[in-house]
Design a protein around this ligand. Structure first.
Ligand SMILES: NC(=O)c1ccc[n+]([C@@H]2O[C@H](COP(=O)([O-])OP(=O)(O)OC[C@H]3O[C@@H](n4cnc5c(N)ncnc54)[C@H](OP(=O)(O)O)[C@@H]3O)[C@@H](O)[C@H]2O)c1
Length: 313
């Protein structure tokens, strides 16, 4: 036999082995698995729910994060219903949203008043025949030590706005959201998961929100509920916070996130149907480590939060 013939003979017997049913089915299984994971990875990175042409209600829209959210959804071509108490501010934001190509309406709403929240949702449904996304963003800060809370009566408004101001619109919106297979996004705070000085009341109002909306999610499997926990954001929220006599302490806002960036992250988290979105990487790390090292994480969070306060000379 020539060398070529031997080579051909060996190749054929190798192919005989390679093409046995067992080897072929193993190869097929590997190819199918790889294709499945490739498709899954593509879906994972490209998934995203579009709110183009959908009805979006946003509370607390007259400034800060809510205002930026309005512009983001306006650019997406959503039908917007914007709520807050300051109607003049709201109206100019509505005009800018309309200029961006959206259909937007302002509804003056104090979220601490149940009947005004009902009216807000009724208006959205009356105007646009449904509701797809409810963003609960209206909020009131409180930056004071427990020892300074000598008069608690005015402080109750923090719970009224931050907790009940989310609950009232939600209860009214539920049947419409359910019908649309819609979504709720609630703007909580890092203070709801990591306790820090001066945020006992504020953090408590936001923790209440987390558990309320977490429970709602478990009751309503067709509803997407996204709980967002921003860290420090550069808005007028800090000046408007309840505080001890003398007003809220001045903050070093240089390192704070911009409301625009914050709104971008919120829009992305909602589109991806995320359950929870903690914004800062140190916040995410703290949240992960706290069950194992509660003391160390709390000390770090406290010192980080206190460093954001400008010390008066
Ligand atoms: N800035 C931060 O560092 C930070 C961090 C974590 C979480 N958050 C949360 O993010 C959300 C937005 O805050 P922001 O930073 O954008 O502050 P902001 O600029 O002060 O905005 C707060 C919004 O809430 C509205 N609001 C307050 N009380 C209301 C009421 N009773 N009824 C209806 N609307 C009411 C205000 O509008 P009117 O005064 O016109 O009613 C305003 O539009 C809040 O829920 C806040 O707790 C903020």
């Amino acid at each position: 036999m020539t060398t070529t013939a031997v080579l051909i003979e060996n190749t054929l017997s190798l192919l005989d082995w390679v093409l046995t049913p067992a080897v072929l089915s193993t190869l097929l299984a590997v190819v199918i698995s790889i294709s499945f994971f490739a498709v899954y990875a593509v879906l994972l990175t490209s998934r995203g729910r579009s709110f183009k042409g959908k009805v979006v209600v946003i509370t607390g829209c007259s400034s800060g994060i809510g205002e930026e959210l309005a512009y983001k959804y306006a650019k997406h071509g959503s039908k917007l219903v914007l709520a807050a108490r300051r109607l003049d501010k709201l109206q100019s934001i509505v005009d800018q949203c309309n200029a961006l190509g959206a259909v937007a309406t302002a509804v003056a709403t104090d979220v601490t008043k149940e009947e005004e929240c009902s009216h807000l949702i009724e208006e959205a449904v009356r105007l646009y025949n449904g509701l797809d996304l409810l963003i609960l963003n209206a909020g009131q800060g409180c930056l004071m030590k427990v020892s300074d809370m000598t008069d608690t009566k005015p402080l109750r408004a923090a719970m009224e706005v931050n907790f009940w101001g989310c609950v009232y619109p939600t209860i009214k919106a539920l049947p419409h959201l359910r019908k649309a297979g819609g979504a709720i996004c609630v703007i909580s705070s890092l203070a709801s998961i990591l306790p820090t000085p001066r945020r006992a009341l504020y953090g408590a109002t936001k923790s209440a929100v987390n558990i309320f909306f977490g429970s709602l999610r478990s009751e309503e499997p067709t509803l997407h509920v996204t709980i967002v926990c921003p860290g420090f954001v550069m808005t007028e929220f800090h000046q408007n916070s309840f505080a001890a006599a003398g007003g809220p302490p001045k903050r070093k806002m240089g390192s704070f996130m911009t409301p625009k960036e914050c709104a971008s992250q919120i829009v992305r988290a909602v589109a991806e149907g995320k359950r929870e979105h903690i914004m800062s990487s140190s916040g995410r790390l703290g949240n992960r480590l706290r069950p194992f090292f509660p003391g160390a994480v709390d000390r770090f969070s406290a010192s980080h939060a206190e460093k954001s306060i400008l010390k008066e000379e």
